[in-house]
Design a protein around this ligand. Structure first.
Ligand code: GRG
Length: 305
């Protein structure tokens, strides 16, 4: 390929992500407003976390999957919003003293630090509930069966074979001496990949995906979900190394099993690359239309936050 030609036809991932990010921010802002003074506090607390920034990876995956299959992003927008609500709920609960006990997220005080544990728990619960309501109330232009399919996939991604199950396994493995690669993969498949899978598969389903399409989307999402977590573990080591100007990364969480601890940094980087390549291979049948999802797969292991 002539490099000059390649440059003109190359997909501009940065522009795509920025466009989708702005679109998502607007949709999120519009999705949640207090309608009476009695709800001001809980809605303020929900909005605080929902609109606190973040990469908006899950909405982007959902919208990109819809576009890949020729769908209209306006149909998938309520689902994109719902995915970010579910993700935000999981972060609010994850930060609580009973779980990770974090005071800061995305450079800002966490929800419970500002609103108290009680309101933060309820804000998470309300956000999870609103996520489902929002899809049911606002998805227009597709058959009701498709909406039910989406609600089912969203539900699965939060349950015992999703965020909650993955998180329980993660908590139970903390401090355990011999957590192996299979257990680590299990945790990441449910704690992280499940919601990414819902994002891609729901977006695809709303554009009329066949079972074959969904199987390909699932493979893509599982692989990028694992790659995402390997990249996260690598970032934990390298970011702290840069921050502290040290030659060896700080042991951020001595109780936690990570890919670099099990495989070393170099092999972890290779594994992340292999996973992304396998993810991209699953979308080969879609040719050019897969460009945004291919770009997002690369982004997931090259990001710096
Ligand atoms: C209450 C039913 C119920 C479930 C919650 C707390 C919990 C159970 C699950 C934890 C899920 C969790 C925190 C998974 C980690 C996922 C992850 C990779 C977070 C970071 O995602 P990014 O990088 O974050 O997309 P930003 O800030 O960009 O949005």
């Amino acid at each position: 390929v002539d490099p000059a030609m390649a440059a003109t036809t190359a997909f501009d991932l940065k522009a795509y992500m920025e466009e989708k990010r702005v679109y998502t921010e607007e949709a999120l802002d519009a999705s949640l407003r207090s309608t009476c003074s009695q709800t001001d506090l809980i809605v303020e607390s929900m909005r605080y976390s929902l609109l606190a920034g973040g990469k908006r990876v899950r909405p982007m995956l959902c919208l990109a999957a819809t576009e890949m299959l020729g769908g209209d992003i306006s149909v998938a927008t309520p689902t994109a919003v719902s995915l970010e609500m579910i993700h935000t709920m999981s972060l609010i609960h994850d930060d609580l003293p009973a779980m990770d006990n974090d005071d800061f997220r995305r450079g800002k005080p966490t929800n419970h630090v500002l609103y108290g544990d009680d309101v933060a728990i309820l804000a998470g619960d309300a956000m999870l509930s609103t996520a489902f309501e929002y899809v049911a109330a606002n998805t227009k232009g597709v058959a009701a069966e498709r909406v039910v399919q989406v609600l089912r996939m969203l539900g699965e991604s939060v349950g015992p074979m999703g965020l909650a199950g993955g998180q329980v396994m993660d908590l139970k493995c903390e401090g355990q001496p011999d957590v192996g690669i299979d257990t680590l993969q299990w945790i990441h498949t449910y704690k992280t990949a499940a919601l990414l899978k819902a994002a891609v598969c729901c977006g695809a389903a709303l554009a009329g995906a066949s079972d074959e399409d969904l199987a390909r989307c699932e493979t893509y999402a599982n692989k990028i979900g694992l790659a995402f977590q390997v990249a996260d573990d690598i970032l934990d080591v390298t970011a702290s190394t840069e921050e502290l100007g040290k030659t060896a990364g700080k042991d951020l969480d001595a109780d936690k099993t990570t890919y670099p601890k099990l495989l070393g940094l170099d092999r972890s980087r290779e594994v992340a690359r292999e996973l992304v390549d396998e993810a991209k291979a699953a979308l080969e049948p879609y040719g050019e239309r897969a460009a945004p999802l291919l770009g997002l797969a690369d982004y997931i292991i090259s990001r710096s936050n």
